[in-house]
Design a protein around this ligand. Sequence first.
Ligand code: SF4
Length: 218
Amino acid sequence: MPRESLTDRAARAKQIVALLKKTYPDARTSLDYDSVHQLMVATILSAQCTDERVNMTTPALFERFKTVEEFASADISELEGLIQSCGFFRSKAKSIKNSAVALVEKFDGKIPQTIDQLVKLPGVGRKTASVILGAGFGIAEGIVVDTHVARISKLLKLTAHTDPVKIETDLMKVIDRDDWIRFSHMMIYHGRAICIARRPKCGDCPLARLCPSAKTTN
Ligand code: SF4
């Protein structure tokens, strides 16, 4: 099979996005939050943990610590206790507290609105920064690549890479910038509903005719 040109891949990606929009018109982050800082905390907690579990954990946490300043002065053992069920609770508690300290010291308690500034906060990587910018501020500086986005993008042959940064670069070349934020949400929905890891329902998949992996995974 001849190698697909970048132009052809971008055209196929456009059709994929259009079908995803039709299939998942309300796709959004499933994390619950009332402020961008709460979104940041929830996103830190969601590493290696389901959004459902995070949403069960955050009500008590956000009730106990209401502001960035309160998180910054939190007792670390108390914080650990409140987030224990999310796994990796020691390092997550450290990230939540230390990022709040940095926000208070360097940004007057406000969340910065660029990836470069966000990734300098303790515990905030590129993925978390993109989530905060996209879902929190509606700013598309990158594409969030989680396990669903990585897996399905590879199946759809929108990338050949496994490294999230390289996948993101490939996706940014073929997805319209206006769709960067929504693309990740829709792929996550698709990964939960149809293109399920190890048992994708290709027969029910609206993307099947555009997916080079459709036949082999049935
Ligand atoms: S056709 Fe199959 S492998 Fe391709 S995206 Fe759909 S469910 Fe996933």
